[in-house]
Design a protein around this ligand. Structure first.
Ligand code: SF4
Ligand code: SF4
Length: 441
């Protein structure tokens, strides 16, 4: 595609760029600007670069555009603090589409997006991943590769994989025995509640491949709270990784499959337990702007809920005691992109014995951002290192955060330091509490 055509593609976004008044309120919220101190690595600076491409003053193939757009975490911490309501996340995806059309992304990113778009390829990948995980080979290789120079990216990938293992401590270690439940409580649980409706659960790609247990816990805990959980067949990856990488056509193809699958299931709510997927699915309407699918996409998005939203809305049924301390971190795509912060904490309030400690700077990105730790190892490890230190300061038994990317990133950071800190999703803790209460007998 020529530069003129690329600039033309950005031209369509001129209106979205206009609200920026260059006030700079967003700068202190930006993790890359805070670490690098370069205006080009701030939200305002990146918007300037996008504007320059729109106006044809900057070649999208230039390093100035490519490097700084690529270095953005996509954490969207700049959005809630912006007084003008600049839709930074949408603009970033469009800028990345422009950047990747002008210059092909690196092989790692291209490979990942290709695999995630194919059900068969990702099943093969995750089968291999689960094998490495369950045999313990992944963590052994993390140790071995620690002694080999230039193996940093592979080591980090294996540490992320190792971090996806189920928590031993949640199931048996630090927790006290659960109290015995009363028969009446068990009977009450699962009974349909008036007005809560039917749900279909997005199984996802990474979430299903490496965190299937979180999807299962989501289904069980919603069932206990009176929701009718329906199976939704022929659903697919939500397309978040593709959208964030600027592969918008691939993202639309995946989104179309999901819209059709959930329409067929006829559910009241589309439930997701991965913050990154939820943020993208709530914005399918924007993804299809001007497309014949737009209306259906908007109707779909209106039904998307994070599992914590539904549980908090009805007030989750209380379970049995799970005595533990949890270092809680807010996922960016839940807090900044969806405006959800109190709901996961309400879910945890339903677990007697759980002592939740929100870590310092819990609103700042952990450095996960897809495969940022591999594509930007230096900056990624600086941002990730600060998060690990904040988790350590909380002095908790477990890390708790409702997004697979954050669970992998934080878990990998500990794994790289030889520390077996485990990361769990809030619904896993609630699920354990329900198991102990006997709700699943
Ligand atoms: S994006 Fe918003 S906060 Fe940042 S400079 Fe522009 S108007 Fe100000
Ligand atoms: S998305 Fe995050 S890293 Fe990117 S400009 Fe906004 S605050 Fe900075």
């Amino acid at each position: 595609m020529t530069t003129a055509k690329l600039a033309g593609a950005m031209e369509a976004q001129r209106e979205r760029l206009l609200p920026c008044v260059h006030c700079g309120f967003c700068l202190p919220a930006c993790p890359t600007y805070n670490r690098l101190g370069d205006e080009n690595d701030s939200p305002r600076g990146r918007l300037h670069l996008m504007q320059a491409v729109v106006e044809g003053r900057l070649d999208p193939e230039s390093d100035a555009f490519q490097v700084h757009i690529d270095r953005c975490l996509g954490c969207r911490a700049c959005e809630p603090v912006c007084p003008s309501g600049v839709e930074y996340g949408t603009l970033l995806e469009l800028a990345r589409e422009t950047a990747s059309t002008a210059r092909a992304p690196d092989g790692l990113t291209r490979g990942l997006l290709t695999v995630m778009a194919s059900r068969m390829l990702r099943e093969i990948l995750f089968l291999g991943g689960r094998t490495l995980r369950v045999t313990g080979l992944a963590s052994v290789m993390v140790d071995v590769l620690g002694r080999i120079r230039f193996a940093g990216r592979l080591r980090f990938a294996l540490a992320m994989l190792s971090a996806t293992r189920p928590s031993v401590r949640l199931g048996q270690g630090v927790m006290a025995d659960g109290m015995e439940s009363q028969d009446t409580e068990i009977k009450d649980a699962h009974a349909p509640r008036v007005g809560v409706g039917s749900v279909g659960i997005l199984r996802g790609c990474v979430q299903e491949g490496l965190y299937g247990r979180v999807n299962d816990a989501t289904a069980r805990t919603l069932d206990v709270n009176g929701y009718e959980v329906r199976t939704v067949t022929r659903q697919d990856c939500c397309g978040a990784l593709h959208a964030h990488g600027g592969a918008l056509t691939a993202a639309r193809n995946l989104a179309t499959r999901n819209i059709k699958a959930f329409e067929r299931a006829g559910v009241d709510w589309v439930v997701v337990s991965a913050a990154g997927c939820g943020a993208t699915m709530k914005e399918y309407g924007v993804l299809f702007e001007g497309d014949p699918m737009e209306e259906r996409a908007r109707a779909f998005s209106a039904k998307v809920r994070d599992v914590s939203e539904l549980l908090a809305e009805t007030g989750p049924r209380s379970g049995a005691s799970v005595d533990c301390t949890l270092a809680y971190d807010h996922p960016c795509h839940l807090m900044h992109a969806q405006g959800i912060s109190s709901e996961p904490l309400k879910v945890l309030e339903a677990v007697p014995g759980a002592d939740v400690r929100v870590i310092a700077k819990a609103d700042e990105c952990c450095g996960g951002a897809g495969i940022y730790g591999m594509t930007h190892p230096d900056l990624g490890s600086r941002i990730g290192g600060d998060k690990i230190a904040a988790v350590r300061d909380a002095g908790a038994d477990l890390v708790c955060t409702p997004n697979p990317g954050c669970m992998m990133q934080i878990g990998a950071g500990f794994c790289m330091e030889g520390d077996a800190q485990e990361a769990v999703h809030p619904v896993e803790v609630l699920d354990e509490s329900y198991q102990r209460a006997g709700y699943y007998r």
